[in-house]
Design a protein around this ligand. Structure first.
Ligand code: HEC
Length: 181
């Protein structure tokens, strides 16, 4: 055998050993990494300074007008009278509306809505009747807004009562007003 062939053979064996060493597959151990810089990018912690942004902060405010998932704004400044109930005829549930009314409104507005709820007998100034020509012609959107944001001495209920139930009680109020001849 020529020396050249021997060297070639040894080099090949050496090469195979190196390759098989590099590609040994042991799932319990991390593999070899060439140029690891690309694999491990430098992550910025939420509160760490960040040279990539103009204000040098990692945590950025959401762009103006962003809406969190599932939080569509209820009142965007346009005419409340144009806000329509999202409930379809089948979804309107006056019993549910009555349940909400009994739990949240009766204390002030009274069972019949004429403003003689129990708290009015304990020093709270009685609210106006909500069975009135005024409320009768009120738009659904306006009633919904009063229930959501409150009015004068009436507190807002957007936190305690979810959107759907606020619409249910709005529909109930409409029904109470329309029943009254
Ligand atoms: C803490 C007592 C209180 C509770 C509870 C309350 N309200 Fe009122 N409500 C008032 C007062 C007081 C007013 C009058 C506010 C004003 O005009 O300054 C009012 C006004 C209203 C009006 C407008 C009436 C008008 O003539 O302008 C509506 C509609 C209404 N309430 C609906 C509701 C509904 C529906 C609930 C239950 C989700 C409710 N309220 C719970 C005290 C209350």
């Amino acid at each position: 055998m020529q020396l050249r062939t021997i060297i070639q053979l040894m080099l090949s064996i050496f090469f195979v050993i190196i390759i098989s060493y590099l590609f040994r597959y042991d799932v319990t151990k991390p593999n070899h990494e060439f140029i690891p810089e690309m694999v491990h990018s430098i992550a910025y912690d939420a509160y760490s300074p960040n040279p990539n942004y103009q204000n040098k902060k990692t945590l950025q405010l959401p762009p103006k007008g962003s809406i969190s998932l599932g939080f569509m704004p209820e009142f965007d400044g346009s005419d409340v009278n144009e806000i329509m109930s999202p409930l379809t005829k089948d979804e309107i549930d006056l019993e549910r509306g009555q349940y909400i009314y009994n739990n949240y409104c009766v204390v002030c507005h009274g069972e019949t809505g004429n403003g003689d709820g129990p708290v009015t007998k304990r020093g709270v100034p009685p609210p106006p009747s909500i069975i009135s020509p005024k409320v009768k012609v009120m738009s659904d959107g306006k009633i919904y807004q009063i229930v959501s944001k409150g009015l004068g001495n009436m507190p807002p209920y957007n936190v305690q009562i979810n959107r759907k139930d606020r619409w249910q009680v709005t529909h109930l109020l409409k029904m109470m007003n329309n029943e009254k001849k």
